[in-house]
Write a protein that binds this ligand. Structure first.
Ligand SMILES: C[S@@+](CC[C@H](N)C(=O)[O-])C[C@H]1O[C@@H](n2cnc3c(N)ncnc32)[C@H](O)[C@@H]1O
Length: 340
């Protein structure tokens, strides 16, 4: 099949369905509703309910279409998934919580969102419910702060030089998408033919503007609390930073730390989740052909063993350095508030 480049394909849909088994009914939380690809499939099974989250208000149009058909079985929330715990879900039989991270084709191709370096226009990158835009970041943060954002969120090796040139350039004129791309291209004279020179800086800005790291960490913690026994927590990631966080989180919640080989297994603390497959699932050749952008997708999942909410994960400690970088934005937001 030839891929249709104007439509969003739900990534790893068959794999998600085989893991969460909606044919047995129950309530599912689609944390990244998007175009409703997963939600529609789940609702096609009897006795299912879906609570869909999306921070982008544009998703509401798709959600309204689904609501027309499934009024009794579907709820849509235009909220960030880190707010999952605000819902009163005590009496719901939550059998699955799914995250399909990243953004849909329609969002990437929307010039107003300014996610792609192929468009000219203002640097925006706000996906919805944001405190500041990429323009605020580029035009207001210090060299050191920009350098750290590019390094930690984009793994950009030339981050220091790029940050220096941004600060030099912005004293002369406002930086927009086009001038940022030109500036990066000038710094990175050595071409990498696999990816565009601006890819890493744009990824870093998008992660920073949307606070994707804290969203993911708080979202995962909330999801692991609301699931019922035998419920599945499934996450599709698209870049190594996301995958590193998910992998670590799943590992700490499902692996017994070996205290000592002399201590009998029985006295070790029970884990909250169980991991069936250590290796992530990735798209099959058929899906790759139909939807080439799915090539970087990785699906990991764990299954809840226990209903207890009392668990510990050192994920905050482990990734605290990333949260610190993200916090540069708080200052920016306060500045923005004062000048608004
Ligand atoms: C890859 S798309 C999901 C596509 C969806 N699975 C489908 O089949 O149509 C990811 C969606 O998650 C949303 N999103 C990203 N981060 C979010 C967050 N922190 N809270 C809520 N929604 C978020 C984006 O706005 C986007 O619509």
């Amino acid at each position: 099949m030839v891929s249709d480049t104007t439509k969003h394909y739900p990534v790893l849909l068959n794999e998600i369905i085989s893991i969460i088994t909606p044919q047995h009914g129950g309530t599912f939380i689609d944390c990244t509703f998007g175009q409703g690809g997963y939600t529609k499939k789940i609702l096609s099974f009897r006795d299912t309910k879906v609570i869909g989250f999306d921070r982008d208000i544009q998703s509401k149009k798709k959600a309204d279409l689904i609501l027309d058909k499934f009024k009794q079985r579907f709820i849509f929330k235009n909220k960030k998934f880190s707010q999952l715990e605000d819902l009163k879900l005590k009496n719901e039989n939550i059998r699955g919580v799914i995250f399909d991270l990243g953004y849909s084709y329609t969002q990437i191709k929307d010039p107003a969102k300014g996610l792609s370096f192929s468009f000219t226009g203002d640097l925006n990158m706000k996906m919805g419910l944001n405190d500041f835009s990429a323009e605020d970041v580029i035009n207001k943060l210090s060299i050191k702060e920009l350098e750290k954002i590019f390094k930690f969120f984009g793994e950009e090796k030339e981050g220091k030089k790029i940050a220096f040139n941004i600060v030099k350039e912005r004293s002369k004129k406002k930086i927009d998408t086009k001038s940022l791309v030109e500036l990066i291209e000038k710094v990175k004279r050595k071409k990498n033919f696999k990816i565009h020179s601006a890819t890493k800086v744009f990824q870093a800005l998008r992660i920073f503007v949307n606070k994707e790291i804290s969203e993911l960490i708080y979202g995962l913690i909330a999801a692991s609390k609301v699931l019922k026994k035998d419920g599945v927590l499934a996450v599709v990631t698209f870049h190594s930073l996301e995958d590193k966080i998910v992998k670590y989180f799943f590992k700490t919640l499902s692996e017994n730390k070996s205290i000592s080989r002399y201590v009998p297994k029985i006295s070790q603390p029970e884990t909250l989740f169980r991991m069936i497959e250590k290796k992530p699932k990735t798209p099959l050749p058929k899906e790759l052909k139909e939807n080439p952008p799915s090539r970087s997708a990785k699906l990991r999942y764990i299954i809840k063993k226990d209903e207890s909410y009392d668990f510990e994960t050192d994920v905050m400690k482990k990734f605290g350095y990333l949260l610190e970088v993200e916090n540069f934005g708080n200052k920016l937001w306060k500045k923005f508030q004062l000048s608004a």
